[in-house]
Design a protein around this ligand. Structure first.
Ligand code: SAH
Length: 344
């Protein structure tokens, strides 16, 4: 039985029509699931007992399970257990403009970025849309507040799970459901070109972020396997096409790794590459992990890097640091708890 949280409104409407019921039932069910947060069909009061029974008999209402929560001042990290026992994580960040959640899209990741904890545990499987939706529901239930922004920057490569990720976006974007605006949703990719090509054909205004992390192919190949599959020229070509088609600004994520990609020359080269591109650069102080040897760039060097880009008229920000204490870098919580499952 398919999980009820895996359905878009349109699909649920089709379902009710196909069994000879009213299309409007779907809106009612969405309202119970996502607005009133009622999780059991028997508590959905005005849909009638026949419809309650249909829901019980034909859909699964099971939820993923919250295992561990780590809290810091303005960030909390959650480890979830899926119905098959696999584990994923999400991070919640409290900003002055709202509350953002960073969700996982896969169990593990095959992209093999050398600085990233997620990739040390290879991809086990893709997440279903409902497993991504439920990360939001469970966290909202825990914090008793509404999440305003969603970024797909947890474990996994969204473009490697394209259909489920787009289904997830459709479900949470639906005004009759959770209703998170598409401009408040960001998909981050390490640069899977076919995925970006497809993404630019989608309707809606979902943001695109690219994990660039280097000013040239030599450095990029050193730290990211994907760079060997798609070189930067091709990547930039497709990004420019995306910008032209959507007229949307792209975010370039750039992790600051001490002595690897953070020199003044790197900054100048990056500025040259990004000149006149509708994008902004987000410099991310690397979150060190005990399992990987890379070091975070010195604060002074991050500021120098920032200044060089700024002087070249590149839009740039330095990511506020979250979660140093809570294993907040991608994949850390799962990796550090892997022993619980006997993976080490
Ligand atoms: N696969 C997608 C999304 C997941 S990673 C992508 O690559 O974009 C989300 C972001 O976190 C990426 O930019 C990734 O490079 C970055 N990241 C991974 N490990 C990190 C660490 N230890 N410190 C800071 N950022 C990290």
């Amino acid at each position: 039985m398919r999980n009820i949280y895996d359905y878009t409104l349109g699909e649920l409407e089709d379902y009710f029509v196909s069994i000879g019921d009213k299309k409007f039932r779907a809106t009612q069910v969405f309202d119970f699931l996502y607005k009133k947060r009622i999780e059991e069909p028997e508590k959905m009061m005005n849909i009638g007992t026949k419809c309650q029974k249909i829901l019980q008999d034909n859909f699964s209402f099971e939820k993923i399970k919250l295992l561990i929560k780590q809290e810091d001042v303005d960030v909390s990290k959650y480890l979830f257990e899926l119905l098959d026992g696999e584990r994923i994580e999400s991070v919640v960040m409290f900003h002055d403009y709202g509350i953002s959640i960073c969700v996982s899209s896969q169990v593990g990741c095959n992209m093999g970025c050398r600085f990233c904890e997620s990739g040390r545990l290879k991809k086990v499987r893709n997440l279903e849309a409902y497993e991504i939706v439920q990360q939001i529901l469970l966290i909202e239930e825990d914090i008793k507040k509404r999440i305003t922004h969603v970024v797909m920057m947890g474990i996994g490569e969204p473009m490697d799970n394209y259909n489920n990720v787009m289904r997830f976006v459709k479900i949470i974007n639906c005004g009759k459901g959770i209703g998170i605006g598409s401009r408040h949703i960001t998909i981050s990719t390490c640069g899977v070109i076919p995925g970006i090509e497809k993404f630019m054909q989608e309707e809606g205004q979902v943001n695109l972020a690219i994990s660039l992390h280097a000013p040239n192919d030599t450095i990029r190949k050193e730290i990211m396997s994907i760079a060997s599959a798609y070189d930067m020229d091709s990547l930039f070509q497709v990004i420019k096409k995306y910008i032209q088609k959507t007229n949307r600004r792209v975010t370039m994520e750039y992790i600051m790794l001490d002595g690897i990609n953070d020199t003044d020359d790197c900054a100048r080269e990056l500025a040259k590459k990004l000149k006149n591109m509708m994008c902004y650069v987000n410099l991310i102080p690397y979150n060190e992990t005990e399992n990987i040897g890379y070091k975070r760039s010195k604060k002074s060097q991050i500021l120098r890097f920032y200044d060089i880009l700024k002087k070249e008229n590149i839009n740039v920000t330095i990511r506020r640091e979250f979660g140093g204490k809570v294993d907040a870098a991608c994949g850390q919580l799962r990796a550090n708890n892997a022993f619980l499952k006997g993976e080490f």
